[in-house]
Design a protein around this ligand. Structure first.
Ligand SMILES: [Zn+2]
Length: 245
């Protein structure tokens, strides 16, 4: 999971959302959830439009904003419809998710702390790296905070298929970055551009973001002990400027 910057919606889409929310407010409280679900299902054109705008700032090639691996096929309500029906049509409550994260892991779970504040990390508000450390060797997240621990658990961020994928991503990125360095030595700017584009479109954007961040910290030589050439590339200001999220 990486920090994402939410784009603003065009006025006509924002207005359509506001009208839909106004429609929900007219229902009695106990009927709002049912009406929210029915209205959400019936507004296919609006949902398509929201999906288009979510894909614009999704990681990689339209990847899920939680796992970063699968294609983002679903619009996830960060705070679930069942708990907050009046947020069904609120843009800041929409994230792009894969069906595995949305329907099998997160579902309607939305834990809060004692003061009622959400514990799940919202990648469009929070920087997940403030709450979760990524082991590049194991491909696993280690919680740094309570919110990180809850997010890892609720979203299943350490499921085996993801940890293996992150390990593979690290290896692949190593080869790509070495290729970028050899292209630079020969002045092959076209290959350098292609490598940057390929890295940007890789699944597991969290892995390259972690590599870039960790390469700049004390202890980086140990983290990248088996990839000293990769560490040199990761510290290069020009590639950092192109890849850092
Ligand atoms: Zn996912």
């Amino acid at each position: 999971m990486i920090r994402l910057t939410r784009s603003p919606l065009p006025t006509e889409v924002a207005d359509a959302l506001a009208r839909a929310t106004d429609g929900l407010r007219t229902a009695a409280r106990k009927e709002q959830t049912t009406r929210a679900r029915t209205t959400w299902r019936s507004r296919s054109t609006l949902r398509q439009s929201l999906g288009t705008h979510l894909r614009e700032f999704a990681p990689g090639r339209e990847r899920c904003m939680y796992c970063g691996d699968n294609q983002g096929t679903d619009i996830d309500h960060f705070s679930p419809i069942a708990l907050t029906p009046l947020l069904t049509f609120v843009w800041t409550n929409h994230l792009l998710a894969c069906s595995v994260c949305n329907s099998h892991h997160k579902r309607d779970r939305f834990p809060r702390d004692k003061r009622g504040r959400p514990l799940l990390l919202d990648p469009t508000v929070d920087d997940p790296f403030d709450h979760l450390a990524l082991s590049l060797t194991l491909g696993r997240y280690r919680p740094l905070t309570e919110r990180g621990a809850v997010t890892e658990q609720v979203c299943g961020l350490n499921r085996d298929i993801l940890t293996r994928g992150r390990q593979n991503a690290r290896t692949t990125l190593g080869y790509l970055l070495e290729r970028w360095e050899s292209a630079r030595r020969t002045g092959d700017t076209e290959t350098m551009r292609q490598v940057v584009q390929t890295v940007r479109e890789q699944p597991f954007a969290d892995v390259v973001q972690a590599m870039l961040r960790y390469s700049d910290r004390p202890g980086a030589a140990d983290v990248f002990a088996d990839q000293p050439e990769v560490l040199r590339v990761l510290r290069d200001p020009s590639i950092r400027a192109e890849l850092l999220g």
